[in-house]
Design a protein around this ligand. Structure first.
Ligand code: AMP
Length: 112
């Protein structure tokens, strides 16, 4: 079972910021910025590469949740990045789809 599935099943501890039936949001264990959250669908979907159309509405849920969390946690006005690594070639290490939500002065240096 992948590490995020173990976190979702509460077999491994994580700092949970938000949770509902479909999504869990945790703090990244190795933060790259002052705010570094991971938004993870509870269903095991490997990546955007393998996403099926029936699961596509999950992405809408996650993106909107990112917007709400940025407002609720008070960093919407300073700006944020929502990053989705898809595939090992793009730096995806955990094979369970997840978005990185980052904020803080450090992220200005993360240029594409
Ligand atoms: P990616 O490279 O897009 O697959 O990102 C995986 C992210 O998961 C990395 O930023 C890791 O620091 C993070 N991560 C790995 N294991 C854990 C964990 N047990 N709890 C929280 N974050 C984790």
């Amino acid at each position: 079972m992948c590490i995020f599935c173990q976190i979702i099943k509460k077999e491994i501890k994580a700092e949970i910021v938000f949770e509902d039936e479909e999504i869990i949001v945790i703090k990244d264990i190795n933060p790259k910025a002052s705010v570094h959250l991971l938004l993870i669908p509870k269903r095991h979907i490997e990546s955007l590469i393998t996403l099926e159309k029936k699961d596509a509405s999950l992405l809408q849920e996650i993106v909107f949740r990112a917007k709400l969390l940025a407002e609720e946690l008070g960093f919407a006005s300073s700006g944020y990045k929502l990053i989705l690594n898809s595939g090992q070639g793009a730096g995806q290490l955990v094979p369970h789809l997840h978005f990185h939500l980052l904020s803080g002065s450090e992220i200005r240096d993360f240029a594409i």
